[in-house]
Ligand binder design. Sequence first.
Ligand SMILES: [Zn+2]
Ligand SMILES: [Zn+2]
Length: 231
Amino acid sequence: MFRSSFPEKVTDGVYLVGSSDLTDHRDCSVYLVDAEDLILIDSGAGVNTAQIARNIELLGLDPAHLSTLILTHCHIDHVGGAAYFKERFGVKIVMHALDAGAVEHGDPVRTGASWYGLRLSPPSVDVKLTEAEEALSFRDGTRLACLHTPGHTPGSLSVYGDRGEERVLFGQDIHGPFLPEFGADLSAWRRSMEALLGLEADILCEGHFGVYRTKARVREYIEGYLEQYGV
Ligand SMILES: [Zn+2]
Ligand SMILES: [Zn+2]
């Protein structure tokens, strides 16, 4: 059966280029930000990574202009394609220091690789963030802030930036799950979610469940999980 696999525009300069529907059922949502240089948020499970690159081409953009790959946390559904993007396009890999070791060592438990039945090709991480918030600046003046939002894993990041009047938040796995083998911490997560609510984002690009719009619905989404976990 024909299944559409065309990448999707989220808003000006922000695209969905990989997901469980678009590229491989194990892939997280992979977002692309066009800031003259191209920035990827997460890289999928590493199974069908070439299709993510082809999807960038389908948008009329050249993956050779990829400069940066921000990994929101160490799970293989987010980091599995990182080595491919680094080898092929020379991207600089940015992630939080607390999750970087699991990726560089290919830790099968902490990356979830054994749970997925996949093997991680471990890339080296170029920039290991340690601050509560650090901003990255790109060629056209776009700034993406990397906010340390531990909870799902110790080194989870949420990334946000403004496109025109809209604030876009790449929240990825803010919905959990919260498993001890991943170093999850529900009280840290609650504080992280409070910080995300304070951003008043207009668009939430989620890690597995798609894109949520309007400030009110983004707030509702995050508050729904806070209620569900009752912490
Ligand atoms: Zn995860
Ligand atoms: Zn995930």
